[in-house]
Design a protein. Structure first.
Length: 250
């Protein structure tokens, strides 16, 4: 995996031996800051190189525990489907370990909170995918009007409900101390995705369609997409420096 840095507004990377620390500085909720490693270009159209089967194995720890760490952070594979302002540019697909602070509320599963540290997988049909037929065409049509509908009172709840009808999603909350070193494994296979923490399986879900890009990051993002129709992307204040430290083993 050939990784490069993507740094925004003071984000930085420090390396010591085989450890890589992604760091963001204190910032207000008026500015976006990001420290990221990835293997794709950010200019549109984005090109991704990873296809199943893929195995990701790394050790990681975070500067702050869950609910104290601000913004979002994590590592895994995704298709970078959003603009920074929350516009949707393609159906989202991911398989990753994802953290969102309490300011975020992304309700993929009815019985789980919309924030916290999770193993999560999300797949939506590709418009060109064989066999999806009408569902693929409806997904493409939803994207065409979705960016407007998601911001219209009374319509956003319907748009989000329609989007969820196409989505294959599975996730679980990880009840662990994020500030301690843990070993995270992700097997992205052709039919399913398997997540392990410290050798124990924590989630088995659908396989997202590829190709996808690798990403590891920490930022001050806030994302809201509730079943009641709330939809918003913004930033949160970070009062002190925070980071995620990685030792990638594959």
């Amino acid at each position: 995996m050939k990784l490069k840095h993507h740094l925004v507004n003071g984000g930085r990377v420090e390396c010591e031996g085989d450890a890589i620390r992604l760091i963001i500085p204190p910032t207000t909720d008026a500015a976006y800051t990001d420290a990221q490693l990835d293997d794709y270009e950010h200019a549109l159209p984005r090109r991704f190189v990873n296809l199943p089967p893929q195995r990701l194995r790394l050790r990681a720890r975070f500067s702050h525990p869950a609910s104290v760490l601000k913004g979002t952070a994590g590592f895994g594979f995704w298709n970078h489907p959003f603009t920074r302002e929350g516009g949707v540019i393609e159906p989202p697909r991911n398989a990753w370990f994802f953290y969102g602070s309490p300011e975020s509320n992304m309700q993929l599963m009815r019985d789980l909170p919309g924030h916290g540290f999770k193993a999560a997988v999300l797949n939506t049909p590709l418009p060109s995918a064989e066999g999806w037929g009408m569902r693929a065409n409806l997904t493409k049509a939803l994207m065409s009007v979705g960016n407007l509908a998601l911001r219209l009172p009374g319509i956003s709840a319907l748009a989000l409900a329609a989007a969820r009808s196409f989505v294959q999603a599975s996730e679980t909350v990880l009840a662990l101390d994020m500030t301690q070193w843990h070993t995270y494994e992700l097997d992205w296979l052709s039919t399913d995705t398997i997540f392990r923490v410290d050798g124990e399986e924590v989630l088995r879900g659908p396989a997202p369609a590829g190709p996808l890009g690798f990403v590891a990051w920490v930022d001050n993002y806030r994302a809201v997409a509730t079943r009641e129709g709330q939809y918003a992307f913004s930033y949160v204040e970070v009062a002190e420096e925070q980071w995620v430290e990685l030792r990638i083993e594959n």
